[in-house]
Design a protein around this ligand. Structure first.
Ligand code: FPP
Length: 239
């Protein structure tokens, strides 16, 4: 392996903005849907690699609130892909003990896909090797607004007092309430921005950007990102 990592200091929670599927397909003269297919395959591989090196939580940005604005065909293609992977998850993950959770607002998703999500979440909920959080219908600002609304309701019904509100309490109202903040966020695909992903949770995360397109992302890229994290990692109390 080109990138030696310290297995005792692996980031507990890694977030990935899976970008570059469209460009991957276009460069090969293929339809964008082929890029998403290749991206889903990369996610399967990288989830196994993440489990192998001891990452406990992997959160991937699979469908943002903004993605609803894409052409209808592309949106329905991504939805079909999600259904297919979730349905056969056991087969894809090769016997690894992965818990699947979805974070985001899936209220506008097709009821059949919603049922499948519920089924996979329930049937994997006892798995502890790796938790794979799939962000769907997700937007960080939206998440913060819905947390604020839930807090306002609890305040109104006297479940929450104003002087009890602090960062920890606020965090409990987010989709990630029982998940530690990400230590490392990886963005392949060449863009250098957060794009509304884990906006609150990434306040102290390390960021790793690479030009590699998501479908081309390999275990070597993951190890390089972890090595980068380890070279930067500061203990609590730093900035
Ligand atoms: C961004 O690439 C990618 C997406 C909007 C979709 C990501 C979805 C998957 C990888 C499939 C998820 C599957 C499962 C099983 C969770 P882009 O289309 O913006 O690429 P571009 O910037 O090159 O156009």
């Amino acid at each position: 392996m080109k990138f030696d990592i310290d297995l005792d200091n692996v980031p507990v929670h890694v977030g990935i903005i899976m970008d570059g599927n469209g460009r991957f397909a276009t460069a090969k003269g293929l339809a964008r849907s082929e890029g998403h297919k290749a991206g889903a395959e990369t996610l399967r591989r990288i989830a196994i690699d993440a489990a192998d090196i001891g990452i406990k939580y992997l959160t991937v940005y699979a469908f943002s609130t903004e993605n609803w604005k894409r052409p209808k065909d592309e949106v329905s293609g991504i939805m079909k892909l999600l259904y297919k992977y979730l349905k056969d998850w056991d087969k894809y993950i090769g016997g690894r003990h992965v818990r699947i959770r979805v974070i985001g607002d899936i209220s506008d998703f097709d009821p059949v896909l919603k049922k499948m999500i519920e089924f996979v979440e329930n049937s994997t909920k006892k798995e502890t090797e790796l938790t794979l959080n799939i962000a769907l219908g997700y937007g960080g600002r939206n998440e913060i607004i819905s947390a604020a609304k839930k807090m306002a309701e609890d305040y109104k019904s006297d479940k929450l007092k104003l002087d009890e509100v602090n960062e920890d309490v606020f965090s409990k109202y987010l989709y990630t309430s029982d998940i530690p903040d990400p230590d490392l966020i990886i963005r392949p695909g060449g863009e250098v921005r957060i794009s509304n992903f884990l906006v609150w949770q990434s306040a102290y995360s390390e960021f790793y950007f690479t030009d590699t397109l998501w479908p081309d992302f390999t275990k070597e890229n993951l190890l390089e990102a972890v090595a980068y994290y380890q070279s930067k990692h500061r203990r609590f109390g730093g900035l």
